[in-house]
Design a protein around this ligand. Sequence first.
Ligand SMILES: Cc1cc2nc3c(=O)[nH]c(=O)nc-3n(C[C@H](O)[C@H](O)[C@H](O)COP(=O)(O)O)c2cc1C
Length: 325
Amino acid sequence: MEDVTDTVFRRIVGLCGRPDLFFTEFIHTDVVLAKRRGRPGVTPRLVYSPQELPLVAQIWGNDPSAYARAAKRLASMGFSGVDINMGCPVRKIRKKGACAGLIRRPALAAELIAAAKEGGLPVSVKTRTGYDRHDTERWVAHLLLQGIDALTVHGRYAEQESDEPANWNEIGRAAAIARELGVETAVVGNGDVTSRAEIAERCRAYGLDGVMVGRGVFVDPYLFAAGERAGTFPRADAAQKLDLLQAHLRLYRDVWGATRNYEILKKFYKIYLTGFPAAESLRARLNATHDYEAAEAVIADFLRGIGECDVAAGGASRAETKVLR
Ligand SMILES: Cc1cc2nc3c(=O)[nH]c(=O)nc-3n(C[C@H](O)[C@H](O)[C@H](O)COP(=O)(O)O)c2cc1C
């Protein structure tokens, strides 16, 4: 997810409970290929650490020759696969015939896939069920006939953007088409899934090979965790949530330092600062900070307050509440 699933957030989610596969934010092929001082540069969106592997880089754009070169570069950088964004519904982008706009340009879509394969990595596509209506039969069959390794189908058509609930019957239809065509492509569903149990249930009910989860991790970063931790985060106490926030804040500072504005980090605060007494006032205090040190001081002050309450209440053990260190 753009401006969300950078290397830092992927690592935080990975620490909580790994998904089988991570994806990068979408990256234009020109950005993948951009040079700095005459040498290949690495855009922040392509920064990753080994613990995020397997990691698929998602690209977009409309130039087949750029796809071939970008895919080769991604292979040389150690990515596990290349995913082509044919689903982003942003009007400005799709009107130019890119991303979801490719649903109306099937011949170009096929060329882009063929070009991406020149990198030698597995190639997947993420798309929607159609442009101005569910058009799954035509569009999904066309993509499946291009010999891709995986296809992720988001259960809305492009003009629906994010308005209606995702249509899982259409996603199930995509899986059925793959079976009818006898292709090897893994079919993955996407849209509105918020728990690990739901992932398994959707795979069973709709005959899918997997489920891609986006916003679910905003509610529960432990969404992919197996066993007793799964689904517990929304009910976790303040100390647990702040432990994870501190881990995120410190990793963000260590990885990005002064190269990225501290203010961007604030958008993550609501993941952690919800569902416990005083969460809202703590969020307001943190939103008023302008650097890491001030944020750390506010959190430490809040935790001291909890500690004092524990002592007053007879000493509940903080050690039991640790999530991550
Ligand atoms: C903030 C944000 C950024 C997103 N960026 C991307 C992106 O870069 N590439 C992509 O394929 N989808 C992107 N999406 C769409 C999600 O991958 C996903 O298809 C959508 O949110 C529906 O799935 P969900 O209900 O599991 O979130 C983004 C969604 C959000 C909310």
